[in-house]
Each structure stands twice: as C-alpha cells, then as structure tokens.
Design a protein around this ligand. Sequence first.
Ligand code: SF4
Length: 451
Amino acid sequence: MKLTLIKPNIGRREHSLYVDEGRMEPLPLGILAALTPDDIEVVMYDDRMEQIPYDEPTDLVAVTVETFTARRAYEISAEYRKRGVSVVMGGMHAMLIPDEVERHCDCVIVGDAEPVWAQMCSDFRAGRLKKRYAAVQPSCPQEGIIARRDIFEGKGYLPITLLQFSRGCSHRCSFCASSVYFGARHFCRPVDEVVREIKSQKRRLLFFVDDNIVCNHAKAKELFRALIPLKVRWVSQGSMDMLADRELMELMVKSGCLGLVIGFESISPQCISDMRKYTNKRAASDMYSHEIAELRKWGLQTWAAFTVGHDGDTVESIRATCDFAIRNKFTFAAFNILMPYPNTPLYERLEKEGRLLYGGKWWLHEEYRFNYSSIVPKNMTADELTEISFDCRRRFNSARSIFVRAFEPHTNMRTPYRFLTYLMYNPLFRKEVFKKQGLRFGLEEAKGDDR
Ligand code: SF4
C-alpha cells in the first residue's frame, strides 16, 4: 500500500510554482509518516514548492487543512477523488469546522491524529474506512514518536529543524484558534523524548513550533535544563509573562534561545483588555517599556506579532503601532489583520454583530484575497484596514527600516551570528510581504501566455 501526504499552498497559479520564502518543513506530515505502519510506503508533496503528480499511483492521500489553505486543499482532494483515490483530511481547520471538511473528503480526522491514525490505516486496508474519526486529545502528544524527516529531503526547505515540545496554551485570547482547538489546555511531551528527537537529526538550529513554549514555567525549565548540554540554538513562540520569572529566563538563554515570536498584539491597553490577552495587561499600560528592556538585557531577538483591526484601533493607532515596532528595533514584526477563524469567540461575536464579510466563509470565497480584511472594523472601512496593515508590513520591511533596526547592540548586533541571521532573514521576509499580498486562494487558472 502507498500513502501520499500533501501540504497544500494558500493559492497558486496554474503551471507555475509559488515558492514560499519562509519555507519550513511541514512537521505534522513528518509525524504522520512516523505514525504510519512500516509496510506502507509513504511519499510527501508540498504544494508550496512543487507540482502535485496527481497521476502517480497511490492508494490513499492525506491532506492537512488549515483555514488559509482550505480552498486549495479541497481542490487537491477533488483531483484525487476524480481519479478514484480516497482522501483523508485533518488539521486545525478540520477540528474547527469538521462538517465542512467532511464534505470534501472520504474521511476526516477531528483532533490530533496520533490516537486514531493506525486504526484509520487498518480500516482503510480492510475496506472499512469511516467517514469521521474523533480523536481524544492525548495528554502526552507525539508519545514515543520521532518525526520522519527523510520525507523532507531534497525539497529545498530552510536549514532549520522544526519540532514540538508542547501543544496548546492555557490562555484564552479571544481571537486564538489554537485556544479553541486545545480547549485552553497545554500538553507537554516528556523531555527525554524531545532530547532523543534532537539527537536523531544533525542540525543544531531548531524551531520549536509550540503555541507557547513557556506556558508552563516548571515544564519549560525542565526542557531548557536538558537542552543546555546539547549546545543547540533555538527559536520558538512565547508569551510576555515569561519575563517575570528570572530563573526561567536564565535557563532559556543558557539553553541557546536566540529569540521568540511574542504576541504584543496591540499597544493599546483597551484593545489588550478587549481581546482578553491577560499576559500583556500590565505591560501594555506603559508601552511595554520594561519588557523591551528585559528582552534586550537577555539578548533575545524578538519577532513582535501584532494583530490589527480591533474595535479600539484606528488608522492612526495602527500607524503608531508600526512606528513603535520600528522605533524599538524589533528583529522581525508581523502586522496581521484580525482574522475570524470559524468557531472562535471572535467569529461568533462578529457574526452576531453582522460584521463578517464574504458571507462569513472568507476562506472559501472566490473574491477573498490573502491579507485582506474579512471583517467590518469599527473605526475604518475594511479597505482602509487592508491598506494600513499592508502599509505597516511594507514600512517595517523597507530597506531603510532594515538598516535602522540593524543597529540594536543588545540583540541584532550582539554577535556576528545574530547579525548574519538578521541580514539573511529580513530581506527574505521583505520579499514575502509583496509576494503574498493579495494572493488568490486556491488555483488561479493560467491565461494565454502564462503557460
Ligand atoms: S497566549 Fe498566544 S497561544 Fe495562548 S491563547 Fe493567547 S494568542 Fe493563543
């Protein structure tokens, strides 16, 4: 038996390749490959950087679905089903809105696949594939499983190894799809399994793709202690409250942390309160001045993540957010439009208030484009929100801003390695800003000489 794993793109033009500048290995597919019984041949195709060979013989196809890739995932599924191949789907979007996903495949896995994957494979072989498998969230994610990274070889991914220590987060920020997916709970792998996984591969630069690696301070400390002797360098995502725990920060830095994606979200205390981002409540009241000083003291290169389009936001306040990010010389920053993911508290509120555009299902709508507002904001038009958020990305990633931000002695210029990282990745993300803006979801058919 042969299983084909697919990572869909957000969108792509027919006959052309869209190569994602931040092209990371699709870790969930490496985990699925490892969960698959040994006698099943596994191949993987990444729609972000290669053509999918629909006519290559295969028995079963598994497609991972996120809200942004749902439209494309359904197209891929339709191509295989047209050829009589069964398709199984899972991932964040399948958990958020399984009834929709179920209509586009032969089988949907709701929740993390580990508890049901082997059963699904065995049912398929016996001709008894069920329409839906509801997985009970394992308290220990990825137990005994090391992702298979051989399926990533030769695809051209960035030289950084993705892995996970924990899943979920115990906070309940109103816009967060992950909080809904995991029911505001946080699950950790045993530290010795994480160490075994790191030792199983050659790279020493790691990206822990945890939702919030410091969600549980005691467990994070245990991990960081174990990382120290491995002499790795790593990045991840974390919440601001970590800065209040000195021991945690000391261990984090000693264990090789280069920096974290941190959800600043907004510089307005009112917006922070409205979105229930309690980890930032105190910090936002004085424009994060103490926290930024601490991050510099620890020498962490910060990817500051902002969400724009909250009810308290205006065009001017969003512009001021971008000024704040440039002034504080963050290594990277994201200005994400507030996205109503299905079945999140944010989605439900905006739906009640009649403020969802594109009939609510922006991820499937023919007219929706990447980085466009899908909501009616309070203090500006949807087009103004789209434009100002693009302007923030354009300005933060301009050549002038990249030059100005480079001269931060505690972070970006701390060591030649840090400086090199800064210089390598900033132009790459700049390119991505223009490449992705306004990208159509799903397949765009080639016209005439595009072929
Ligand atoms: S802290 Fe981050 S991961 Fe946790 S609920 Fe809030 S946005 Fe989600």
